[in-house]
Design a protein around this ligand. Structure first.
Ligand SMILES: *[C@@H]1O[C@H](CO)[C@@H](O)[C@H](O)[C@H]1NC(C)=O
Ligand SMILES: *[C@@H]1O[C@H](CO)[C@@H](O)[C@H](O)[C@H]1NC(C)=O
Ligand SMILES: *[C@@H]1O[C@H](CO)[C@@H](O)[C@H](O)[C@H]1NC(C)=O
Length: 480
């Protein structure tokens, strides 16, 4: 495990909006002496390690995880410089402009190919573990497996994640009717098993060895593996329950109609339930149209009792809030950029992000942008909170993610599919820059800008073994 000085922090993603983007160019320039022209809104997503993961550590060193041990700014000189950056309008305009057309678009498939099998081979049931984004990939793969087998798919069952403890079911996260209808030309999907299979439940499989359970599907199994191992079971029993199912279908050597189907599930059939979309919309509205009377947060700055080095272990660490702040500032995001923290809890408290707030004082979160009533349906539910973040990320103008993970991958894929700007931090470069204590601010800024020119959403074709959900070109995308 990578224990960093900010060990609580798994990864940070930031995505940004430009609040004034819709203003007419001349009204933008009419504002005298105001650098507000490119006043943007920066939304920062901070998925955080659950405190549970750190229980042993937290018990042994409780003070290490408290608000009172927030790390001191580590790069004081860069920070002081960043607070004084002058960013040209030209730079900001480049930063905020949407991606140019790259010659790729989502593939539109001919609709008239009748592909629903006349007779179903039986029922496929899958149990999905992991967090929301891992389950999402599992859902796409389950539809593809049902298609390969000409089987009927039961709405996938989501397992309770041991870390997040969220009991939400498929239908509490995704719009089931939309899911079934969007796919009904190609795969038949049911909400419940017919009563003659009602015995086929999670409890049934948990309490004994059962003939209808596939327990040994290899990671990234081929289509043939399913035809050879699962089809006979369907033919004998009429049902097959596959668990575990995460990452159980290969990304390579599958017919293109199966790949297209996976893309269709991921990018079209899976939409969130209305209350998640509404909450997402409320956040987006609050971010794009801030009220005039907003309060600028005045943070306490606390002294750290441990040095950064004491808290850091070996291993590749994600960027800290301070580092992502320095990165964003060097890229040209200014202090009137509104920044949104999408994590439901910042472990270790406000002090952990105080340096980031120095650079971006207009910071918001779900609480500041919605009422308790609006949040009531998602509060304390990790998957639903993640779904809201996902929704807001889908609709942002710019997305920045500082560390790999399922959410990061899912967003990279979605945004590539939609040709939306996505800045990928150059971790190797940043690691080198942050280690160099003799780096002056202008050099840092220049190096950061140079090192991110080709990391803003340029299409990268999927390579062998890579996920089609992260790299949708060419499987899901066609050249225009
Ligand atoms: C599924 O149906 C198609 C025709 O609709 C057929 O070509 C294919 O062999 C079937 N596969 C299985 C496993 O039943
Ligand atoms: C941004 O920085 C300028 C000085 O560079 C300061 O005058 C202004 O108040 C700051 N804006 C915010 C929102 O903190
Ligand atoms: C650190 O930065 C300075 C100034 O840019 C540069 O001259 C020096 O070579 C760098 N040191 C390393 C180890 O990269």
């Amino acid at each position: 495990m990578c224990v960093c000085r900010d060990a609580y922090l798994q990864h940070i993603s930031a995505f940004t909006y430009m609040q004034d983007w819709n203003m007419k160019p001349d009204s933008r320039h009419n504002r005298e002496n105001q650098r507000i022209a490119f006043a943007g809104l920066l939304v920062l997503l901070l998925p955080i390690f659950s405190p549970n993961l750190f229980n042993p550590l937290a018990r042994a060193f409780p003070s290490l995880f408290s608000e009172w041990n927030a790390p001191k700014p580590r790069h004081l000189r860069l920070l002081q410089g960043a607070l004084r950056y002058q960013i040209s309008d030209r730079r900001q305009s480049d930063l905020w402009s949407p991606l140019a057309n790259q010659g790729w678009k989502p593939c539109v498939l001919p609709k008239n190919i009748p592909s629903l099998p006349k007779k179903s081979q039986g029922y496929i049931q899958v149990f999905l573990d992991g967090g929301l984004n891992q389950q999402r990939m599992g859902i796409c793969d389950a539809v593809a497996v049902a298609k390969i087998l000409n089987a009927t798919l039961l709405i996938p069952q989501l397992e309770v994640n041991p870390v997040w403890q969220d009991l939400s079911s498929f239908s509490e996260i995704f719009d089931v009717d939309h899911f079934i209808n969007a796919l009904n030309d190609e795969v038949s999907i049911v909400k419940e098993l017919p009563s003659k299979y009602s015995w086929s439940t999670r409890e049934y499989y948990a309490t004994g060895i059962r003939a209808t359970r596939i327990k040994t599907a290899p990671v990234h199994a081929s289509a043939n593996w399913y035809l050879e191992n699962v089809l006979p079971m369907l033919q004998s029993y009429g049902i097959a329950a596959i668990a575990p199912f995460s990452h159980r279908l290969a990304f390579d050597n599958l017919p293109s109609d199966i790949q297209h189907l996976r893309c269709k599930v991921n990018f079209q059939a899976l939409v969130f339930v209305p209350h998640i979309r509404l909450l997402g919309e409320a956040l987006i509205n609050g971010l794009r149209n801030p009220s005039k009377s907003q309060v600028i947060w005045q943070g306490r700055v606390l002294n750290a009792q441990f040095t950064d080095e004491e808290l850091r272990n070996q291993g590749r660490c994600p960027l800290t809030p301070e580092e992502i702040g320095l990165l964003l500032a060097a890229l040209g995001f200014t202090n009137n950029t509104r920044l949104y923290l999408a994590s439901h809890k910042v472990y270790g408290g406000e002090a952990r992000i105080s340096t980031l707030r120095k650079l971006f004082p207009l910071m918001e979160d779900k609480k500041s942008l919605t009422t308790a009533e609006e949040r009531s349906k998602v509060e304390e539910k990790a998957s639903l909170l993640a779904a809201v973040d996902y929704y807001v990320s889908m609709h942002s103008d710019i997305f920045i993610s500082a560390s790999p993970g399922n959410m990061h991958n899912a967003m990279l894929g979605y945004r590539a599919y939609k040709n939306l700007k996505t800045i990928r931090p150059n971790m190797a470069l940043l690691g080198k820059l942050f280690l160099n204590n003799s780096m002056e601010c202008p050099e840092f800024q220049q190096a950061v800008q140079d090192g991110h020119k080709s990391r803003q959403g340029q299409i990268r074709l999927r390579k062998e073994k890579q996920s089609i959900y992260t790299y949708p070109a060419r499987d899901c995308m066609c050249q225009a």
